[in-house]
Design a protein around this ligand. Sequence first.
Ligand SMILES: C[S@@+](CC[C@H](N)C(=O)[O-])C[C@H]1O[C@@H](n2cnc3c(N)ncnc32)[C@H](O)[C@@H]1O
Ligand SMILES: [Zn+2]
Length: 311
Amino acid sequence: MLDKNFIDILACPLCKSAVSQEADFLVCTNKNCRHKYRIVKGIPIMLAEDEKQSIDMRITAKKWHCQYELKKTKETSKADLKRLKNSVEHIKKYWHKTPQKLLLEAGCGDSVNSFELAKEGIMTVGLDISFNALEMAKDNFQKAGLKSWFVCGDMLKLPFKNDTFSFIYAGGSIEHFRNTEEAVSQLRATLECKGILSALVPMVSLSSFTYYQLQGQIPDLPIIRPLAEFIHINILKEKLMKNGYEKSFTIRKISNIFKACSLTEIEAGFFKDEYDIKYIKNDFLRRILKTIATWPIFWPIIYVNGTKRNA
Ligand SMILES: C[S@@+](CC[C@H](N)C(=O)[O-])C[C@H]1O[C@@H](n2cnc3c(N)ncnc32)[C@H](O)[C@@H]1O
Ligand SMILES: [Zn+2]
């Protein structure tokens, strides 16, 4: 049986009613809906499967499924470890400014951030569309004797009750939608009052038009965005889209999205990242590129935070 406190925060993604457990399923308590969600290996799969997937979700889900399959056999790189240290420090800095009850990692992947936070006694919930990733995460938590709850679900149809989380960390996830506003507004609804949403997203800089074109990135700018979508989806048939459908934003654009979703005290800026320059094998050239990547005109990642002040 799933933990009762876990079931209490969950909601049917279709109608937002409470759910209850019946054997290996969570069942919507709304008698006009009664949708059933399977629980596999202790992870509820709360996806509205009967709905046709949008193109951005289809490309993203497929690519991340493959990436996590590969990750099972891949060693963690030094850059990955440094990046993790930076993101965990970033999360802790803002977590302490919230009511500090429950933390959601939205688009958690294999939950490496939540893993570090759980070691410090923070209660985390991991949501991802990739069951593969959640299975890896749950396994790692169990082996280390750490507690967390995991849900397979879609950020555009969140399976949580409103006013639930003190803090939401969306590291590298809200850029995977054509409709970023919808994702931010759904996440905001599940924050409790005084809760903070913190996201990391790719930045529109010279990197977006050069290096990140090799990964099929879509700069979210007028004219450029439909053009890049057409090239990467229709002409190149998604071949370069390593991270699925992935946009980059200017600081102004992502801040305006947060503002439009009624978040307040918006703060945005450069996020210190570590870079794997994967396509260049020459060490000297790689070092030069890593240095150039830290120049503001090439900066790849930005963070944006917003607070929920009222219902
Ligand atoms: C760049 S990874 C970030 C993983 C993790 N936050 C981290 O920092 O290590 C992006 C994640 O977002 C997930 N994702 C993409 N679209 C999603 C959606 N519609 N709903 C939930 N998760 C999604 C992907 O499966 C992937 O695990
Ligand atoms: Zn329902």
